[in-house]
Design a binder for this molecule. Structure first.
Ligand code: GLU
Length: 303
């Protein structure tokens, strides 16, 4: 596969969509990002990375971090996390409270905010410092020792974090948090604030394409665990548009309100695309168009 040529064709296809959609403004620090950005990278299973456009420009990973926290928890704790969080699509927005009450404080899946807070809570118990553990893991997997938190984004999110605090307190009232709410939401905001480029994220997500093997060849996850994470990405990873995303793209993927989307072709490669304009569900407009074209061109969907 001539990845460079494919990415250039994909970028040309996506170009008319760049600038469409809205930049997330509920976290004020994200509002400042120009909408005309577009980058895409692919890391093959041997760790070679190819990219075009703004593929080396760092952006806020936001909810893409939820994939890595889930992987780190499963790596340490096998499948116990599934006693505290489900794995069904929610059909409600990522920060919705209503379902939690009906379902006794057990979130539908690990990729809505409530579910991610439970996962971060568990990572905090397992490691004593959930967000720093994730940062170190991402530095190692991406090969980029300069990865860092963005303090302005973390602070901005904490200032406007009433909804996430409410979700965490609500779950605590059902006994579904092990750590104090302030510590759980702080680590969650820090993990979301990590800045990475498409290059970094495609490389860091390589273990999902390598059936659980890390960049250095050691095993992070059993193959069946990597399969399970990819499955939950496919069904729940792109907000309440996961059905539409599977229909168009046909790959496990996780998006974030920073405009990034990581997608996995198991056994072959991991992609990351970034363009900050979001559709009404919270997925990057140009990013989704690019991935749609990538799987059409290559035939590499999981279907
Ligand atoms: N930190 C964001 C929040 O909790 C993440 C949102 C996202 O990317 O989906 O609202």
């Amino acid at each position: 596969m001539d990845y460079q040529a494919v990415l250039e064709e994909v970028a040309a296809f996506a170009r008319p969509y760049v600038g469409h959609g809205q930049v997330a403004d509920y976290i004020p620090a994200l509002e400042k990002v120009p909408t005309d950005r577009f980058g895409i990278a692919v890391a093959d299973i041997n760790g070679e990375v190819y990219g075009v456009g703004d593929w080396e420009v760092p952006f806020s990973v936001q909810s893409i971090s939820k994939t890595f926290s889930l992987a780190l928890v499963m790596a340490n704790d096998n499948e116990d996390i599934w006693k505290r969080v489900g794995r069904e699509p929610s059909g409600t927005p990522f920060n919705s409270l209503v379902q939690l009450e009906w379902e006794n404080g057990v979130p539908r899946n690990p990729f809505i905010n409530a579910g991610a807070l439970v996962v971060t809570d568990r990572l905090q118990t397992l490691t004593g410092d959930a967000s720093t553990t994730m940062l170190h893991f991402l530095r190692e997997e991406s090969g980029n020792p300069d990865l860092a938190f963005d303090q302005a984004v973390a602070d901005s999110e904490a200032e406007h974090g009433d909804r996430n605090a409410a979700l965490a307190h609500f779950m605590a009232s059902f006994g579904n948090l092990e750590n104090p709410v302030p510590s759980v939401i702080e680590h969650y905001f820090w993990q979301c604030s990590i800045e990475m480029s498409c290059r970094d994220l495609a490389a860091a997500g390589g273990f999902l394409a390598r059936h659980g093997l890390r960049a250095d060849g050691s095993r992070l996850l059993e193959a069946r665990e990597a399969k399970r994470i990819n499955a939950v990405m496919l069904t729940c990873g792109t907000y309440d548009a996961a059905g539409e995303f599977a229909y168009r793209v046909g790959l496990p993927a996780k998006s974030g309100v920073g405009g990034g989307i990581v997608a996995v072709v198991p056994g072959r490669c991991t992609l990351c695309v970034w363009s900050p304009g979001l559709d009404s569900r919270g997925n990057s407009v140009a990013g989704a168009a690019a991935l749609d074209h990538f799987t059409s061109l290559t035939g590499w969907s999981v279907f």
